[in-house]
Design a binder for this molecule. Sequence first.
Ligand code: ATP
Ligand code: MG
Length: 299
Amino acid sequence: MRTHDRLRIAIQKSGRLSDPARDLLARAGLSFRESRDRLFCYGESLPIDLLLVRDDDIPGLIAEGACDLGVVGGNVLEEQACERLADGRGEAFRPIRELGFGRCRLSVAVPNDWEWTGPQRLAGLRIATSYPQLMARWLREQGVEATPVMLSGSVEIAPRLGKAEAICDIVSTGGTLMANQLKEVAVILESQALLVAPSQPFGDERAELAAMLLRRLDAVMSVRASKLVLFQAHRDQVAELVKLLPDAETPTVMAIEGQRDQVALQALCRSAMTWQRLEDMKRAGASGLLVLPVEQMLA
Ligand code: ATP
Ligand code: MG
């Protein structure tokens, strides 16, 4: 029987979500007695332990109460939530935070040489997937009847093997599709890693631990998205440049010794500084642009 004065978080043992999940928890101040190869890591800095498992098992472990929180892709979570709904089991888990990593999408792809005229093009055909529930939901919404072919891996080679005409699979860069002469024609679900909790509140010491963890994670994620932007500009161009930084708190404008018209600016931006944005700023008169990551922030 588990004691409920410790919180147990399930993360992927080894795979795409393992390192970013561990990194996020470490940034939130959690440390563990290391045992990467074992199933269980004991929390040293806080009464929060880790369970290292296959990602597909995480929603089930939370539903059974074997774990309190979990980090899992939205694709896996939604598929399993639909499955529970389909077999009449109640809702048992829910996403409580988007974690900003493990981004991908569940998409339909067809052979490159097909002319894509819309979802009806799939009517009566076989579609290979590891996500039968999400695919069936999308096909229903589109009013299309097709035959699902369930495969647990290497879905993208199904058309070449003659097992299916199209596929419905996870895509991030599209490289795998291209290598298999397939093209993406419809996005069924946008996904990223989620923090998942049981649908029912904890009602014991774990509630306080979970609230503290969430406060820390929110702080870590808000710092992570922030960038400090430094640059110089002519005084007359400042107003125009500030318009290009709508997500920044009011920038600090500083005089430069020995220069009357030129000023130095510093702005904390809350979203991505893309190359496009930097080029727009340069065109609007900014020079010496410098974008720095933010390590910690205490408002
Ligand atoms: P496990 O052994 O834990 O079952 P897995 O093979 O199912 O591992 P990974 O390939 O490590 O899982 O992917 C884990 C999650 O990472 C996916 O469910 C998805 O949410 C996310 N992800 C991000 N990009 C991709 C991608 N290009 N292909 C597959 N998954 C991706
Ligand atoms: Mg898996």
